[in-house]
Design a protein around this ligand. Structure first.
Ligand SMILES: [Zn+2]
Length: 301
């Protein structure tokens, strides 16, 4: 059955190849990297995004549609740092595409280009879903996006030398606009410095580090473990001694635990878009951070 599927797929590829454009096929694991690849690649790339903002990137099924997309990819752009460890290795292995395997130029891990936070001093599975390489949720700090852009434009030029000048021109257009936007967000976010927050999942250390937010508790008793009522009660008691200003969760997270706590602690629960497409306003990388900063400021009032 698998072989028949393979034959059919390769036949389809052959049949359509005369009409295929010369664009690079980019397979992005998460929406933020898809958006960045599009910013830098323009009409020289065709971007497929494997997950949506409403899906937990830790927990994705290695579906046949993902295999088919990985098979035709020239470049895979993912977070790395073990974020996709539950599904990407299977997708890549079963794709049979040698160009995009780890270690090849067609495989790009964004987390390799930023300084990671929360690197565990000892690895113990009993501590929950902890990643040896450090916290993988790097996209909540726009300075990280800028660092990844610098590395990604180089990689695009390496695997498509004919398009190198085009990619570099697009980067030279993007980078200063991004720097200017970061300065604007930092000015707007100044009142957030030192603000105490509760997080649902340990998914915000880079945002906290960037804006000076102070995390006092997490709703998950351990990373990747669903909140329990016993743990939520503990957090509520803790907040009575050490109040927090707001509760943060990602757009994809179940809202019950944070809404439960919000009602009892009388503080707002904020569903941040977390990536491009996380709400109607977060349409691209720029509006993602416009919206993130506005939501945080709104919750402070
Ligand atoms: Zn996580």
């Amino acid at each position: 059955m698998k072989n028949i599927l393979k034959l059919l797929l390769s036949a389809a590829t052959l049949a359509f190849s005369p009409f295929a454009s010369a664009a690079l096929n980019v397979f992005a694991c998460e929406p933020e990297w898809g958006a960045l690849a599009q910013e830098l690649g323009g009409d020289h790339v065709t971007v497929y995004v494997a997950t949506s903002a409403l899906q937990d990137p830790h927990q994705i099924q290695a579906k046949p549609s993902l295999l088919a997309q990985a098979r035709r990819a020239d470049l895979v752009v993912c977070t790395g740092a073990e974020l996709e460890i539950g599904w990407l290795p299977i997708v890549l292995r079963q794709s049979g595409n040698s160009a995009v395997q780890p270690g090849k130029p067609g495989y790009f891990e964004a987390a390799n280009y930023v300084q990671k936070l929360e690197i565990p001093t000892r690895l113990d599975r009993a501590e929950g879903d902890v990643h040896a390489a450090g916290n993988p949720h790097i996209q909540t700090d726009p300075r990280n996006i800028g660092r990844v852009a610098t590395a990604l434009v180089q990689r695009l030029a390496d695997i498509d030398p004919a398009g190198a000048a085009y990619y570099q021109a697009r980067y030279r257009d993007f980078a200063p606009r991004w720097e200017t936007a970061i300065k604007r967000w930092e000015q707007q976010a100044a009142p957030l410095k030192g603000v105490t927050v509760v997080v649902q999942h340990k998914g915000f250390p880079y945002l906290e580090h960037w804006l000076g937010l102070r995390e006092v508790a997490a709703l998950e008793p351990k990373p990747g473990v669903e909140p329990t009522s016993a743990h939520l009660t503990e957090v509520l008691e803790q907040l009575q001694r050490e109040p927090a200003k707001m509760i943060l969760r990602a757009a994809y997270s179940d809202d019950r635990a944070s809404e439960w706590l919000a009602g009892r602690a009388k503080i707002p629960a904020v569903a941040l878009p977390y990536t491009v497409g996380g709400n109607d306003k977060a349409k691209d990388l720029f509006s993602l951070f416009d919206e993130t900063v506005q939501q945080l400021l709104g919750a402070l009032k």
